[in-house]
Ligand binder design. Structure first.
Ligand code: CA
Length: 305
């Protein structure tokens, strides 16, 4: 099995002026980060997390690796907030999903209240536990799910990336099979659109990740769009995975190493850089025309004499 079509979309929503969400859609690795903190701090925290995760992606192949990437992103954000008082206290959620196409598993690493879901046989299953105040109150029996959904402090999270030197990361590996859809989203979707409504949208989209992602963002905005909303959605399909490539961190991009077409585009680039492309043909043509003109003039001049 392999990852088929994948889509990542983000929208500011209808109430916020800035978008503090970020995402990574770099098959077979995907991630969502939802930043928090005043001014631009939340935006910076989620961008830093997404960039760190994306950069480490080519070197990550197992649960330990995914957790390592999340903890490295935590350290990066924390150190930045120590150096820069303007962004002190910033943080972000992070939900990372890595598909192992060779063994058919999905590994999740998760901090905060962004979510991962698996949609299989018309059933939507939540794969992550929210690290939020209301989720803890629900777990301890002091709130019902319905009360939590409208609680004024429902966006308060109890665990975040970047607020402390180290972070506890939830991790989980489960199977995936052809026909599955995997959804990652920020609370801008899950707080606005109930799980059964999300399932309805996925059902109506007939498995097309891009259409479904657009429809989910539309649904969140139609329900009020109170927060930034981000959706990463991908399908699992039948197919043979590319051979495993082991890459040291920072050694070029995954796409270039695994995509068979990448070699071709590199060659095309080389031709453009080193050979006579479209741009350099015109001077040569003008030179030929000028020489022909001089030759014609010389013939005409000799005939006149
Ligand atoms: Ca949010």
């Amino acid at each position: 099995m392999i990852v088929g079509r994948a889509a990542g979309l983000t929208d500011t929503g209808r109430r916020r002026r800035q978008n503090e969400d970020a995402f990574v859609c770099d098959p077979p690795l995907f991630a969502i980060a939802d930043g928090m903190g005043g001014a631009q701090a939340g935006e910076l925290a989620s961008r830093l997390a997404a960039a760190a995760i994306e950069e480490a992606a080519p070197a990550v192949s197992d649960e330990e690796g995914v957790v390592g990437v999340v903890r490295a992103a935590n350290a990066l954000i924390f150190e930045r907030s120590l150096r820069d008082p303007a962004v002190a206290g910033m943080g972000t959620t992070a939900t990372v999903a890595l598909v192992d196409e060779h063994v058919g598993t999905l590994t999740l690493a998760h901090v905060g209240d962004s979510r991962a879901y698996r949609y299989r046989a018309a059933t939507l299953e939540r794969l992550t536990t929210d690290h939020s105040l209301v989720a803890e109150l629900v777990r301890s029996g002091r709130l019902t799910e319905a009360e939590a959904a409208v609680h004024p402090h429902r966006s308060v999270i109890t665990r975040a990336l970047g607020t402390e030197a180290d972070v506890e990361v939830d991790t989980h590996t489960l199977d995936v099979a052809p026909g599955d859809l995997v959804l990652l989203c920020s609370d801008g979707l899950s707080a606005m659109v109930r799980d059964d409504e999300i399932a309805g949208v996925l059902e109506a989209s007939a498995g097309d990740p891009h259409h479904a992602a657009e429809a989910l963002i539309r649904a969140a905005n139609e329900a009020g769009g109170e927060d930034n909303v981000t959706v990463v959605l991908f399908e699992i399909v039948d197919g043979d995975p590319a051979p495993r490539v082991t890459v040291a961190p920072g050694e070029g991009s995954r796409d270039r190493l695994l995509d068979p077409d990448a070699e071709t585009s590199e060659t095309v680039d080389d031709v453009r850089r080193h050979g006579a492309g479209k741009g350099s043909r015109w001077p040569a043509l003008l030179l030929v025309l000028a020489l022909l003109g001089i030759a014609a003039f010389a013939v005409w001049w000799s005939l006149l004499r």
